[in-house]
Design a protein around this ligand. Structure first.
Ligand code: URA
Length: 229
């Protein structure tokens, strides 16, 4: 029961136990004081007079700021997960890392199965990025990316490149290997000077989110992420 209350109430396990022992929790209308008692996940729980809802998993869209590592924890520095204030005792992690200097749509969740589903190249979930380069982007790069770039240790799957202006383009990938976009451009002699992810599946980065801000996603949003391209 304390596990359920801590997850639903965004509390640590110890705080949840203290609330239960202190007579502040009722389950299905009955006051309960034993944190070890077992309950179904569908129970109606009141904490301090307020109804709290248990969610098996949570999903956040973050507009990742530059300069922060895409990790759950780091001994030395703050991570993207540290920016989530309501994390409670959930094991949140970024589903699909962005480089330290890359900004934009980062999905943070505690649902390992869903993360696997949207990251697996065989599922064809698109990820779209806006890229800025140091030199003008030649139109031959469209075919170069379409054919699949040989990066030595692996060959990238065919990717779509849309040139937006001289040094700006959109790239759509269905996979996400380490430094993949930077390496694909570098293979053609272009350096990526800024990179932002703007879409995962059919869900666009919310333009109202400032760098470092995040929002919880609805079931509909989550469904849109999982849509195949
Ligand atoms: N490709 C990169 O090179 N970096 C990212 O952060 C994402 C895709």
């Amino acid at each position: 029961m304390d596990k359920l209350v801590s997850k639903a109430g965004l509390l640590s396990r110890n705080d949840a136990k203290a609330y239960i022992r202190g007579g502040k929790v009722s389950v299905d209308g009955v006051l309960k004081t034993n944190p070890a008692e077992k309950f179904s996940e569908n129970s109606i729980i009141f904490l301090d007079g307020e109804k709290i809802v248990y969610e098996k998993n949570v999903y956040y869209m973050m507009n990742k700021p530059g300069g922060i590592v895409s990790a759950s924890e780091d001994k030395k520095e703050k991570t993207v997960v540290d920016l989530i204030k309501e994390r409670g005792n959930r094991n949140l992690f970024p589903a699909g890392r962005l480089d330290r200097d890359t900004t934009g749509f980062l999905l943070i969740t505690d649902d390992g199965e869903f993360a696997h589903k949207i990251l697996s190249p065989s599922r064809h979930v698109e990820k779209e990025y806006i890229v800025e380069t140091d030199l003008a982007i030649p139109s031959e790069l469209i075919d170069f990316f379409k054919e699949g770039v040989d990066l030595g240790d692996f060959t990238a799957l065919p990717a779509v490149l849309k040139i937006l202006s001289e040094k700006r383009a959109a790239v759509v990938l269905k996979e996400g290997k380490y430094h993949q976009i930077k390496r694909m451009f570098l293979k053609y002699g272009l350096k990526v000077v800024s990179l932002e992810r703007i879409r995962m599946g059919n869900l666009n980065l919310d333009e109202n989110l400032k760098a470092g801000e995040y929002k919880k996603l609805t079931a509909e949003d989550i469904g849109k992420i999982a849509q195949r391209g």
